[in-house]
Design a protein around this ligand. Structure first.
Ligand code: ATP
Ligand code: MG
Length: 588
């Protein structure tokens, strides 16, 4: 249970609830076991009545009737009291497991948010979701039933054992002998069931991802006319699922007969031993009844022992998976407590970056300088490293070589949140949330709810007319729950989202690629006034977007190939000049 030890801090936090719960389990079990004594005396009373009838002495029966009634009422009353305690137990222990589940989910969620981009590049979203939902649920089952049942078993078995041994030690041995066998068998079967259910679950998620893949790619499937192949793939997965489910059902089918068998043997032994002792006059008949009831009270806790073992094993595995992520320390962490002002001067000094997971050296020896308010355009073939420059600047990645200075300070010495606040980043893949357009634009801006500003910056990003065209305007809901936008509309909304932050530094990563040249020109013109006071980085494939920047940097395979203003680079007649020639002839 190495992994589960990391839960100790939560268990300690809720120790009083758990201790109260344990005391209540003891009380409930004591009262419940004690109440059985009255069943014994009731059976003795009945025997008394019967024997009087057979002997013909039916004289004064009122006394016996009274005693019978008294025993029955006490039995029921005590059972109600025991039930009341049991409710308390559940309120304490099961509720605690819910509290810990809540705490644990919050801890994981908070940690997820801290982890760096590189973590998210190497882990699937589905995996992340599973660990915070399913794995936490398994851990919770350990904390709830996994703690409650053993408490119940231990206290109940101890109390019953005392009662049983006090009555008849030898018969106790016979009655309880088969129970450990029961526990062991159930444990074995439960382990097999758990293994098989895992296989079924795994196959279920295979089917889900096949279906998801199929229907998110349905356009491609239809246009390539591959419905038959897709159907066959699905059928294969489905048959596999059926086989695994049937195998699980077969194992489950053994479960209750097995239990009934072992319990039956125990009952038989009580009847046999009890019968012999009764005939020998060593035992009241009521005791036999009591023993049956004691045994019945022990069956469930013993059964649960196998179940609990399975729960604990499963929780241990789940907690291991959770801990694996919790132990990952974020690659990039804020080291500076107080906020730092950022004015917008940028310097890259011999910066290199290698992607760890692929070993691709995306950038080599990149150096450039931008004064506050200056602009630079970064051009280069696809895969040359342009986006990597942008991600490094926003400190989503950490340079593996060289250093980046902001306002002449190594940017590790700035408050990370201040740095990111100072950057208006329009990523290459425009991502919008399933929310209204207005909330998407205001996202991350300090002045939330400010519609005027949203309109102002939408106009600058040349998307206001499009938005005004929608029936619900800025309240239009996007994404799965609403309208799907065109690529160009998405890009412009993310531009508005970056502008509204009024940041010191603007980064556009190929943000106008899906916009026609006319709109591009309009946006660039609108941005000109913004850009004068802001340090701007424009990553682009188009000369039209780049030519007005103070400097243009052409990257080739991670190295700076050319650097200079538009006229300088044209005069040089190099790679940039070739681009100019080609793109201008295209326009013509
Ligand atoms: N998350 C990643 N993990 C591993 N390698 C990556 C990752 N992202 C990019 N790369 C690699 O780094 C190199 C530079 O990629 P980058 O995204 O910076 O290119 P780019 O110039 O922006 O290209 P494009 O014009 O197509 O956007 C490429 O060879 C790419 O395969
Ligand atoms: Mg890119």
């Amino acid at each position: 249970m190495k992994e589960l030890q990391s839960l100790n801090k939560f268990i300690w936090k809720y120790r009083w609830q758990l201790i109260t719960g344990f005391l209540m389990v003891i009380l409930s079990n004591f009262v419940s076991v004690y109440s059985i004594t009255y069943v014994g005396s009731a059976v003795n009373d009945i025997e008394n009545v019967l024997s009087r009838y057979t002997s013909g002495d039916t004289g004064d029966l009122d006394q016996v009737k009274k005693s019978l009634m008294y025993a029955a009422l006490l039995f029921i009353g005590l059972k109600v009291v025991a039930g009341g305690f049991m409710v308390g137990v559940r309120l304490m222990i099961i509720a605690t497991s819910r509290h810990i589940e809540y705490d644990l989910k919050n801890e994981i969620y908070k940690h997820y948010q801290k982890l760096s981009l590189s973590f998210y590049k190497t882990h699937k979203t589905g995996d992340l979701m599973n660990r915070i939902t399913e794995d936490v649920a398994y851990v919770r089952q350990y904390l709830g039933p996994g703690i409650m049942y053993p408490m119940d078993l231990i206290s109940r078995a101890a109390i019953i054992l005392v009662f049983m041994i006090k009555i008849d030690p030898m018969m106790t041995l016979y009655a309880l002998g088969p129970l450990p066998v029961l526990s062991f068998l159930i444990y074995r079967v439960a382990t097999i069931i758990s293994r098989k259910s895992k296989e079924v679950q795994k196959q279920q998620s295979e089917i889900s991802s096949t279906v998801q893949d199929t229907f998110s790619g349905i356009r491609v499937i239809k246009s390539f006319n591959t419905e038959e192949t897709t159907k066959k793939n699905y059928a294969k997965e489905a048959v596999d699922y059926e086989k695994k489910s049937l195998s699980l059902a077969q194992t489950q089918a053994y479960f209750s007969p097995l239990m009934i068998l072992v319990v039956g043997v125990s009952n038989l032994l009580i009847l046999y031993m009890g019968g012999i002792r009764y005939y020998e006059g060593k035992l009241d008949i009521g005791i036999i009844a009591q023993y049956f009831m004691y045994l019945n009270m022990l069956i469930w806790p013993f059964t649960s022992l196998g179940f609990v073992t399975m729960l604990v094993q499963r929780a241990e595995a789940s907690m291991g998976r959770i801990n694996e992520f919790l132990k990952q320390s974020p690659e990039i962490e804020n080291q500076i407590e107080e906020k730092t002002a950022v004015s917008g001067k940028i310097e890259f000094k011999n910066v290199g970056y290698t992607y760890k997971n692929t070993g691709i050296e995306a950038l080599k020896d990149i150096s450039f300088k931008l004064e506050k308010g200056e602009s630079i355009a970064i051009m280069g073939k696809t895969g040359s490293g342009k986006s990597t420059v942008a991600l490094l600047l926003a400190r989503m990645l950490q340079p593996t070589k060289g250093e980046i200075l902001i306002d002449d300070i190594p940017y590790e010495d700035l408050n990370l949140h201040s740095l990111r606040e100072a950057i208006g980043f329009v990523p290459q893949e425009a991502f919008l949330f399933s929310d209204t357009i207005k909330n998407n634009i205001l996202f991350g801006s300090i002045s939330d709810g400010d519609s005027e500003k949203a309109i102002h910056y939408s106009k600058k990003a040349a998307v206001h007319d499009n938005i005004a065209h929608f029936k619900n305007g800025y309240e239009t809901i996007l994404g799965e729950r609403g309208v799907t936008l065109s690529g160009g509309q998405k890009q412009r909304i993310s531009i508005a989202r970056a502008l509204i932050k009024e940041p010191e530094i603007l980064v556009f990563d190929d943000s106008l690629s899906a916009v026609d040249t006319e709109t591009e020109e309009e946006i660039l013109k609108n941005l000109q006034s913004e850009m004068n006071q802001k340090t701007t980085i424009i990553i682009t494939h188009r000369v039209s977007s780049a030519k007005n920047a103070d400097n243009i940097m052409v990257i080739d395979e991670g190295r700076i190939a050319e650097y200079g203003s538009h006229s300088e680079l044209v005069a040089k007649e190099g790679a940039y000049f070739n681009l100019v020639k080609k793109q201008l002839s295209e326009v013509e």
